[in-house]
Design a binder for this molecule. Structure first.
Ligand SMILES: *Cc1c(COP(=O)(O)O)cnc(C)c1O
Length: 468
C-alpha cells in the first residue's frame, strides 16, 4: 500500500525462514529463500568456517529442499543473486502483460482464463466431470441456440486439426463419397486427412483469393449423384476469406447431402445456427474465437449421425463415437487423460464469452477491431489483399510490397506484437489476426508502430542516397 502496488504479483518476498516463504505465498507474492546466513541454515560465520566443504554442502542442500517444499519460486545462495531474480520476474511480467498475439490461435487470452489453470484436477472426479459436461452443453447451446438434444458436443484432446480429422474419419462411411470444397491451406489439410483415412472423394479447387462459388458447387453436385457429403472450411484462415456457409449448406441439403464444416476460426464469432442452417457436423477448438487456451478441440454433431457412426473410425484415439459414449454415458468422462487445466480455462473462457454478451458482443468487437485495423493501415498505404465482400473480420492478409518480413516481424515483436507471415505463394503478404483479448486501441497502437517503422525507414533511405 505504501508503494502503491495493487497487484501482489508485482512484489517479491525475500526471506530466510520457511515462515517468510509461507507469508509470501499467502499474500500471493513471488517468493525467494536465501540460503547463506539464514535462520534456516542456523549457522554463524565461525561455524560455517569450521565446517568441511561437504558438510556445508549437505546443510545447504537441506535448506534448499525445505524452501522448495515450502513453495519458494526462487532459492538463492545469497543476496548478491537478488538483482538477477528481480530481472527475471520483471521479464516474466513484461511478457505476460504487454505481448499481444495477432495470430488467430493460440492468441492473447484474458488473465482470468490463464488463472483458471492454476487448479490441479483429477479426470474422473465428479466435480470435474460436471464441469466437462457443462462445457459440452454450453457449446451445443452456442451452436444450436437452445438446449436441443438433437445435437451433441464431443470434446477431444488436441489442437483443432485433431477434431477435423476425427470428424472426417468417423462420420463418413468408407464407401461414402465426399465432396471437398477447397480454397486454402486448411482445406488442403482436410484432403490429406481423407487420403490417410482412405476416404473416397471428389475435389473442387478454387483460387486461394476467391470464395467458394456456389454455382460451380451446384454443377458438381448435379453431375455427381454418388456424392454423400460436402466438407469445407468456413473461414479460411490462410487468407481470411469467409466462405458462404449458409448458401453452401442450403445447396448441399437441396441435393440431400450431409454437410460438415471446419468452423475453427469462425465458431463463436459468426452466426452458425446448426439447426437452421442444417449443418450435420462442425469442428472447432478452444483457442480461436472462444479465446481459451490451445490443446482442446471439439466436434458438434447431429446426435443421429454420431449414434450411427459406431465402428467407423480407423483410429483409436480419434474415435468420436467412443468419446461420445464415454462423455455422454459417464457424465462427462474423457476416455483418456483429459487436458484438465486447459479445460478449466475453457470453462472460464466461455463464462467470459457470456459476460461479454455472447455472439453479438464478440462479433461487434471483432468487427470494430477489423475495421480499425484496415482503416489505420490504409492511411499508411497498406491494403488488404482479399476483396472486402469476402473478407472475414477474423484475420486479414495485407500486401508486404517492399517491406522485408523478417525484420518487420522482429520490430513488431520488440514492440509487443506477434504477427503471422502470409501463406500465399503468389504475392508477398503478412497476416494480422484481430481475435483474442485485443481491442481497437491495440489496432491503433499497432498502426502507430508500423507507421513509425515505415517513416524511420524512409528517412534512412533518404540520408543514404548519395545524390542528396
Ligand atoms: C486453426 C485452424 C485449424 C486447426 O489448426 P491447428 O493447428 O490444429 O490448431 C483448422 N482449420 C482452420 C480454418 C483453422 O483456422
Amino acid at each position: 500500500m505504501q508503494f502503491g502496488i495493487i497487484d501482489p504479483r508485482e512484489a517479491l518476498k525475500v526471506g530466510d525462514t520457511l515462515a517468510d516463504i509461507e507469508e509470501g505465498i499467502n499474500a500471493n507474492c513471488w517468493t525467494a529463500g536465501v540460503i547463506m546466513g539464514s535462520s534456516e541454515l542456523g549457522l554463524c560465520r565461525d561455524e560455517v568456517e569450521a565446517m568441511t566443504e561437504s558438510e556445508l554442502f549437505e546443510r545447504k542442500k537441506q535448506v534448499h529442499a525445505a524452501y522448495y517444499q515450502a513453495g519458494a519460486d526462487y532459492i538463492i545462495e545469497d543476496m548478491n543473486q537478488l538483482p538477477g531474480v528481480i530481472a527475471d520476474i520483471n521479464q516474466r511480467l513484461a511478457m505476460a502483460t504487454t505481448r499481444k498475439l495477432l495470430t488467430p490461435g493460440p492468441l492473447t487470452t484474458r488473465y482470468s482464463v490463464k488463472h483458471a489453470m492454476l487448479t490441479d484436477h483429477c479426470t474422473w472426479d465428479d466435480e470435474y466431470k460436471a464441469i466437462t459436461a457443462s462445457i459440452a452443453n454450453d457449446l451445443t447451446k452456442i451452436a444450436v441456440g437452445d438446449e436441443s438434444s438433437e445435437y451433441v458436443t464431443i470434446l477431444l484432446q488436441g489442437s483443432g486439426s485433431y477434431a477435423v480429422e476425427a470428424m472426417i474419419n468417423c462420420l463418413n462411411d468408407k464407401d461414402d463419397r465426399i465432396l471437398f470444397l477447397v480454397n486454402g491451406e486448411y482445406g488442403r489439410r482436410m484432403v490429406r486427412m481423407a487420403d490417410n483415412a482412405g476416404c473416397s472423394y471428389e475435389l473442387l479447387n478454387f483460387e486461394d483469393t476467391e470464395a467458394i462459388d456456389c454455382k460451380i458447387v451446384d454443377n458438381t453436385l448435379r453431375n455427381n449423384p454418388g456424392i454423400n457429403s460436402v466438407i469445407f472450411v468456413h473461414c479460411e484462415t490462410t487468407t481470411g476469406i469467409i466462405n458462404p456457409l449458409k448458401d453452401i449448406a442450403r445447396l448441399a441439403k437441396s441435393y440431400g447431402k450431409k454437410v460438415f464444416v471446419d468452423a475453427m476460426s469462425s465458431f463463436g464469432a459468426y452466426e452458425i445456427d446448426m439447426k437452421a442452417f442444417r449443418i450435420d457436423g462442425l469442428a472447432s477448438s478452444a483457442n480461436k474465437c472462444l479465446e481459451g487456451l490451445p490443446g482442446l478441440s471439439f466436434v458438434i454433431v447431429d446426435r443421429q449421425i454420431i449414434e450411427q457412426s459406431k465402428g467407423k473410425a480407423t483410429s483409436l484415439c480419434l474415435d468420436l463415437y467412443e468419446q461420445y459414449r464415454s462423455l455422454y454415458e459417464e457424465g462427462g468422462k474423457f476416455r483418456f487423460t483429459s487436458p484438465t487445466n486447459i479445460l478449466l480455462a475453457l470453462r472460464q473462457a466461455i463464462d467470459e464469452y457470456m459476460k461479454e454478451g455472447g455472439l453479438p458482443a464478440r462479433r461487434a468487437r471483432y468487427i470494430k477491431n477489423h475495421t480499425t485495423l484496415v482503416e489505420e493501415l490504409r492511411k499508411l498505404d497498406i491494403s488488404p489483399l482479399i476483396a472486402a465482400d469476402i473478407q472475414s473480420y477474423i484475420i486479414t492478409t495485407f500486401e508486404l510490397k517492399d517491406i522485408e518480413f523478417t525484420s518487420f516481424y522482429e520490430m513488431l515483436k520488440n514492440n509487443g506484437f506477434i504477427i503471422y507471415p502470409g501463406k500465399l505463394t503468389t504475392v508477398p503478404t503478412f497476416r494480422i489476426g484481430n481475435i483474442g483479448d485485443v481491442y481497437p486501441s491495440d489496432m491503433k497502437r499497432l498502426a502507430e508502430v508500423i507507421g513509425d517503422y515505415l517513416s524511420s525507414f524512409a528517412i534512412r533511405c533518404y540520408y543514404s542516397d548519395p545524390s542528396v
